[in-house]
Write a protein that binds this ligand. Structure first.
Ligand code: KG4
Ligand code: ZN
Length: 343
């Protein structure tokens, strides 16, 4: 018997629904909320309201696009957390109503596990996936973690940021340069025209496999402040060099820890995941490092880097196979560490 899973993602500002059959992608629709742009960041109350408006049309389109009948869905998987509570509530409530009305199981999913398992979504391009155990660098707007993945459902965090996430470092530095939100993709684009060696910023000296980005952020801010005092047009004139140097520093902080972890755990299968894994500089640098080290490197397709429901559906698929279902009084969790005891 084949297994068909409907996935729902609503942890932040993207409403997404996907259908997966036996691990193969049938549809993956994302409705991104433009309403936050003018505020320079996600406004939780507006995000929640937009999810309410979007969720039914997005799910409806995902089922139609998959070319299946609603009765063929065996379970509904949803993001339980971490994320914005008001946003999560919309997805959780919808999933419960859907499961109840169809009389099918509910499967709660950890969003972070979703980013990692996005590598296992099969489609016309993705034929290859990492072999266990592999090392995954998860870099998003809220998280920066090094994870040893032993099986689909067994993951251990071996390093993480002690302050800002990598995506936050991109976004906050972009904001002080007056770039639009989210800053990461804009910095990526501008960096392509700049010199990565033009400026040097503070690099953290953190032991073992943890990360820190707050010192870099402060150092970036002080550089701007000092140089603007000399020349009020400094940012405009040197924007590309600033972006290239910032991106270069973030990437070298990330990859030095990836290298350390791979050595420590004797792992040669290395993957990246999360929104920041869309960064072209990071993708190129990891590919080069992998070639030099003889690693098998796994870089997600762009559509699986930022938040999407295909990654939730694939976790749902493996949890379904393991018989890990959730009761109907399951609640969303704003904080939900990877590997936490789950209901
Ligand atoms: O995984 P994600 O969509 O949401 C969270 O779970 O946080 O990640 C969003 C983050 C934002 O900080 C955004 O600026 C960053 O991913 N991002 C990028 C790029 N595309 C998205 N950062 C650097 N370069 C990119 N191309
Ligand atoms: Zn995410």
């Amino acid at each position: 018997m084949s297994v068909t899973i409907l996935g729902i993602e609503s942890s932040c500002d993207d409403t997404s629904a996907a259908v997966i059959r036996d691990g193969f992608l049938l549809s993956n629709l994302i409705s991104s909320q433009e309403v936050h742009r003018i505020y320079g960041g996600v406004v939780p109350e507006l995000a929640s309201r937009a999810h309410q408006a979007n969720i039914i049309p997005v799910v409806d389109s995902a089922i139609k696009k998959a070319g299946i009948d609603i009765s063929e869905i065996n379970a509904v998987a949803f993001t339980r957390g971490p994320g914005l509570l008001g946003s999560l509530l919309v997805g959780v409530s919808f999933a419960k109503g859907f499961a109840l009305s169809r009389n099918i199981p509910l499967v709660a999913v950890n969003h972070l596990q979703g980013h990692v398992l996005a590598h296992f979504v099969k489609d016309e391009i993705n034929q290859n996936h990492p072999k266990f155990p592999f090392l995954c660098l998860l870099v998003s707007g809220g998280h920066t973690q090094l994870i040893i993945v032993r099986s689909h459902l067994d993951m251990e965090i071996v390093g993480q940021t002690i302050d800002d996430a990598a995506g936050e470092a991109f976004d906050k530095c972009a904001k002080v340069m007056g770039l639009p939100y989210p800053g990461g993709p804009v910095v990526d684009k501008l960096a392509q025209e700049g010199n990565p060696q033009a400026f040097s910023f503070a690099r953290p000296n953190i032991k073992e496999l943890d990360f820190s980005f707050s010192g870099l952020k402060t150092s970036f801010l002080y550089t701007l402040r000092d140089r603007m005092a000399e020349d009020p047009h400094f940012i405009d004139v040197r924007k590309a060099d600033l972006c290239a140097s910032l991106q270069h520093t973030i990437i070298s902080i990330l990859l030095s820890k990836v290298e350390m972890a791979a050595r420590k755990y004797g792992i040669r299968e290395v993957a990246i995941a999360g929104g920041v894994s869309a960064n072209s500089g990071l993708r190129n640098a990891l590919t080069e490092l992998g070639q030099a080290k003889g690693w098998n490197v796994f870089i997600p397709q762009f559509r699986y880097t930022t938040d999407n429901a295909a990654m939730i559906a694939i976790v749902g698929y493996y949890r379904f196979l393991a018989g890990e279902f959730s009761p109907h009084d399951v609640t969303p969790l704003a904080r939900f560490p990877l590997g936490a005891a789950e209901v």
